[in-house]
Design a protein. Sequence first.
Length: 254
Amino acid sequence: MEQTKTYPKLSFITVVFNNKENLRKTINAIRNQKYGNKETIIIDGGSTDGTLEIISDNKDIITYSVSEKDSGIYDAMNKGLKAATGDYVWFMNSGDIPYDENILINVFKEFQNGDVYYGDTEIVDEEGNSYGNRTLKIPPKELNWKKMINGMVVSHQSLIVRRNLCPEYDLNYKFVADIDWTIKVLKKSKNVINTNVTLSKFLMGGYSRKYTVKSLKERFRMLCRHFNCISVIINHIKLSFIFTIYIIRKRKLL
């Protein structure tokens, strides 16, 4: 492992519930990171499937863990933030992994003093098969909070954020607290760095995707709190048109 103690301390925060095999993949990927100045925090929602055995087997690299019922994924993520002691936090939930073992070394060698580091995301399935990087939401060349009117333009797993800029997730949102959180972070950030690389591999699926309609309604209400509602409506119409064209073209390609 490369000596990186002079680099910022990085807190990996992993949230899990009854997902032992995917947790194993995430922990192994964190273990294999050649970045030395890191800690690993595991927040478990009271699993009964053997997840606790995975946590116990990896105590040598887990700095902090807890297993108890929570009020949902965002409540668990708040617990992770409270336990974190790093200069930066990186949410890497069960099944998600850093892009490769050198990614943190490369980022912190090239860029210093960022408030937020961001990059692209590769989509994978549970077998590790790649579906390429995200297609419709390519990270913007320059990221600020106003770009978030388009939704999560940068995957949450590809954001590395200075810890003292992190608010708690708003538990009034069941599906889109991550977008709200990112907007709040970016509003406070002065130095947002595009790493121009793929930072993470994201396990396809996700909580909000299981409740698409409810998620979209909540997202609209949340965006109206940060932006002018007329602008949000116009932007949603534009995004719907782009999505429709994409689907039509994709079907033709198939």
